[in-house]
Design a protein around this ligand. Structure first.
Ligand code: GLY
Length: 404
């Protein structure tokens, strides 16, 4: 005979588990009030800085960097890989402040950028066109933006090769070379979104093929990634594993690890394929357990930089990691989820302090200081970077928008 106690006991257990799950979800997303105040100030301060940055720009140029020692700004044309970050940051700041000067400036510069939708010489179209037009279309959907995003996705797909299973990053003089860099994972969001917008699965298929090939070949046993892989375009075999922007071929270039972390988190968002979540978590574990990750979680420009502990930090890598960790927190549970959020908080807190956040009216109008662009080439070293600002403001926005 069934005991009369079974039903109430069962009900009680189900309710306890449900309450525990809710409590755990809450614990994973409990937000720091002081940090939310800091973030509110970051939006206001960022808006003022970007209005100052706007005032320095020649009409058809994009911000690139600023050299504090000489007080000189450097700009780029629309074809530079970073041209989407300026409009993207303006749009994020507009959303947070409601300041239409920022929106109007974003619209103006989008007009200069739009011709890049037909650029088939670069893999950076996700950075250039999705961080800009993708945000513009999210805020104020327009048929013209949809068209530009679709053409940009087509241009990006023109660099996909069946034999290698990848989108080509950089062209090379040797016709058998097919160069792919880990950064390219960041361009896949444009393709996933294009499939969502059009219902045409070919973009999605190219994105997952690229992600799968990269997962198979780009990572080392410790889950760090190489920067550049050179595939043989005739056979699809990997010819070389090397670096361009890192300290050494075998080193872990910090921004590369950040791109991989963010990229696989995005792949999981669109596919719900557990392998991508696992890869993002493996990259997270590499970063978070690395003995050279400083206590403030702002990484050195390369985890194996020979100058450590005197190596430069890369604020841009930290900002990208913070934005990615906040999203990864949403897909995970328990201690790991809490750790991702805590690390993001630590990064945002330190980037918001005077060591990394520029004082009003300084830094050429950029928000963050101390980014490292290309250390081996000696370009954009220890300077503000448009992508540092973009992912910093994105991380602040993501933190603010986490459900309580
Ligand atoms: N190639 C993009 C970067 O510097 O991260």
């Amino acid at each position: 005979m069934r005991s009369p106690l079974i039903l109430p006991v069962l009900l009680f257990s189900v309710m306890t588990v449900s309450v525990a799950c809710q409590a755990q979800k809450k614990a994973n997303t409990v937000k720091s009030k002081p940090l939310l105040q800091t973030i509110a100030a970051n939006f206001e301060d960022g808006a003022k800085q970007y209005k100052a940055l706007k005032a320095t720009l020649p009409p058809d140029r994009f911000p690139k960097t600023f050299y504090p020692q000489t007080g000189k700004s450097e700009t780029s044309g629309s074809g530079w890989w970073c041209s989407g970050f300026y409009p993207g940051t303006l749009l994020y700041l507009y959303e947070q402040t409601g300041d239409t000067v920022l929106y109007n400036e974003a619209e103006r510069i989008l007009g200069v950028l739009q011709k890049e939708q037909y650029n088939k010489t670069t893999h950076d179209l996700g950075f250039m066109m999705f961080c800009s037009f993708g945000n513009a279309n999210r805020i104020q959907p327009k048929a013209a933006y949809n068209e530009i995003l679709l053409n940009s996705a087509k241009s990006l797909c023109s660099r996909f090769n069946e034999k290698t299973g990848c989108i080509k990053s950089w062209d090379s003089k040797d016709p058998s070379d097919f160069l792919v860099i880990i950064d390219n994972m960041m361009n896949l969001e444009l393709l996933f979104e294009t499939t969502k917008a059009t219902g045409d699965s070919s973009y999605y298929k190219i994105a997952v093929t690229h992600a799968n090939t990269t997962l198979q070949n780009h990572f080392r046993a410790d889950n760090s990634s190489y920067h550049v892989l050179n595939y043989d375009v005739n056979t699809g075999a990997v010819k070389q594993k090397k670096t361009a922007q890192g300290a050494a071929d075998a080193s872990a270039w910090a921004r590369g690890q950040a791109w991989g972390l963010y990229g696989y988190t995005v792949c999981y968002r669109y596919t719900k394929d557990a392998r991508y979540l696992q890869q993002a978590e493996k990259i997270a574990r590499f970063i978070l357990s690395h003995p050279n990750l400083p206590a403030d979680k702002i990484p050195y420009w390369d985890f194996n930089a020979p100058e450590i502990p005197n190596a430069l930090r890369d604020a841009s890598a930290a900002a990208i990691m913070a934005a990615a960790f906040i999203e990864l927190n949403q897909y995970t549970k328990g201690a790991a989820a809490r750790e991702y959020l805590q690390v993001a908080e630590t990064i945002i807190k330190h980037l918001s302090g005077p060591e990394y956040k520029a004082a009003a009216g300084t830094n050429g109008g950029f928000i963050l200081k101390h980014g490292v662009g290309h250390k081996p080439a000696g370009t954009e070293v220890d300077v503000p970077l448009t992508y540092g600002d973009y992912y910093f403001i994105e991380a602040c926005k993501r933190y603010k928008e986490l459900s309580k």
